[in-house]
Design a protein around this ligand. Sequence first.
Ligand code: ATP
Ligand code: MG
Length: 739
Amino acid sequence: MSTNHFIAERVQQDNESQKYGGRVVTRFPPEPNGYLHMGHAKSICLNFGLARDFHGACHLRMDDTNPTTEDPEYVEAIKRDVRWLGFDWADKMFYASDYYQRLFDIALQFIDAGKAYVDDLTEEQISAHRGSVSEAGKPSPFRSRTPAENRALFLEMQSGKLAPGSKVLRAKGDLASPNFKMRDPLMYRIKNDHHYRTGTKWHVYPFYDFAHCFSDAFEGITHSICTLEFENNRELYDWYLRQVPFAGAPKAMPEQIEFARLNVDYTVLSKRKLLELVKDKHVDGWDDPRMPTIAGLRRRGYTADAIRKFCDMIGIAKANSLVDIGKLEFAVREDLEARSQRLLCVVRPLKVVIENWPAGKTEEVDAGGRKLPMSGTLYIERDDFDENPPKDFHRLKPGGEVRLRFAYVIKCERVVKDASGNVSELRCSYNPDPAHKAKGIVHWVSAEHCKDVEVRLYDRLFKDPNPDGGEAHFLTHLNPKSLEIVKAKIEPHGLSAEPSTHWQFERVGYFFADPVLSKPNAPVFNRSVGLKDSWAAKKEEPKRVEVQKTHAKVDKEFAPAPTPALAAKRDAYQKTHGFSLEEAVILTQDETLNAFYESAATKHAPAVGRWIVNELLRALKDRSVTELPFKAPDLTALIDLIETNAISRRAGKDVFEVMLKDGGVPSTIVDKLGLRQVSDSGAIEKIVRDVIAANAAQWAKLKGGETKLLGFFVGQVMKASKGQANPQLAQSLLEKSLK
Ligand code: ATP
Ligand code: MG
């Protein structure tokens, strides 16, 4: 982790002021109640990275203060994952459970000093007594117990004779504090469960806030780094450490610093939710390659280098955001490119018979150093043949030629179809002149020599970019197609793949021989990542408006408009703005929504309307637009940024997420998230003109109504701009040229 972030600066300042005498000690404190995930990887890289860069130490501490959920299996998994990520805690492995006695003694000191009391109120009563933002908390009737009484009661709590919840130990904080955390925080609760390390010795267990600061202090931690949710806990952290003189107190108390947790789209990063996926068997264990756990990523074929690189890329910030999973995949691709051996493997085979190939002949071709057997019957990828291809299709088509990777050029002479009209086989000829040229190139294997292997194609575990963001339970967003198992045809050499080795199947993607399922001479391959970001391509595809049928209000799709005025608008919208009937119905279904639309539609009315139909209503669920933290003109401003190509549509969605949560001015959010894109429409206009000129015949067809060619032209513009053009802009310029 590079150390040019605000936390490194803080550490640097502390070193300069000699606050800790130049010592830097961080810690990574997981609770062993699940496997580590990508978010933990970020914290690990940060904490161990600081220790490395400042020549300090990073402790690994099991934050195990809850007997109910913790397990030694998790401790082992955590140690394995931290080590695998490339970090070493040397002899600095600690357990909060080792501090139970010391913490208990400090609690008694609090009691004796009159700073803590045993409270008999129930959880609900305690929270009712806490007061509100405008109202101070009320003292518990048990707050005035004497230290002697409290000591006796606390010892009774620890005796094991009391029921959980019947009593708690609370610190006497400040009931009028604007910070709720300070309003008599809970220190201890009763739990009679068996603890995986201390057995049944303890019946009281410290709460996080009390245990964590003292654990840090005992270990001489200097910088206690945690995620933003703990910002309000910092005051309490500092307060606890300064109430009583305790055994083992360091000269300078540790300081808590918060940073933004990692959130990644299309997944969930919470051990509790991951446990749910495992327990309910939505995945095949914690190390299922679709899981965002370190164990899952490892089994998928992601490397520690790639994960560290990713953590470096995303940096350390003070504001939460949702990171595009494409960034991780980018880091993985870069890393695997360098370390993967190459193979030919046909994932979805289509049989090819070369009719002029000498019967029974096998020829060995040189495949970059290894020998590849070629014969008269081959398999190529089904996708590499198209019976009705677009103009620029350089793979195989009827009558067309293509080069077989490392071998000859073949020509498709005939297409054989089965009874239901599906292409079942291609009849081809080959050109024995190795110098014969063809534009495209495809991978292949010899039918007689290739081997069958199991290939596991993984996709996103969730369909929704923010599965945890809406009201629906996150499991409702599971992607039913997240795993596809296929029998692929691989070149003979592929069978020797040892478990846990990396491969690039040429033209297909990066694969990893599964460490668990592979058998000698029968590897099972996991797709780590495709060669290109196919998902991004999908996302950017110009989509026809899809009405959210799930939205309750949309169910009344063709209900008559509630008022004659709205009915009139319904017609007008379709005529003037080109809305579909469905869209017009949605925008006129009630006065409030319609008023919101009208005040937002002062510019780009069709785009504003479609955004309301597709994005806003989905996010609103059954709430009203009046409950939004932003106003109609803010939506106009957002759409304007998208329509003028200041930001991409994808970025617009990110901005919108922020607006939905916190309100705010779109352009400010754009700048904060760094989303502004360079879209020089003049330059793209020129490319569009060139592409049209170079494909005059296709253009004429498109103008004549073959609308599916529009995608082809967008592709050409993208290609000519080397991927730099904004695809929406390219498309709108093309559409303009059509008129
Ligand atoms: P979860 O919600 O997944 O259970 P947690 O915070 O309860 O997470 P811990 O085991 O307590 O899990 O976390 C150990 C350390 O990892 C903590 O310091 C925590 O701040 C950090 N951490 C956990 N999740 C993330 C995340 N998404 N991004 C960055 N750091 C994280
Ligand atoms: Mg936690």
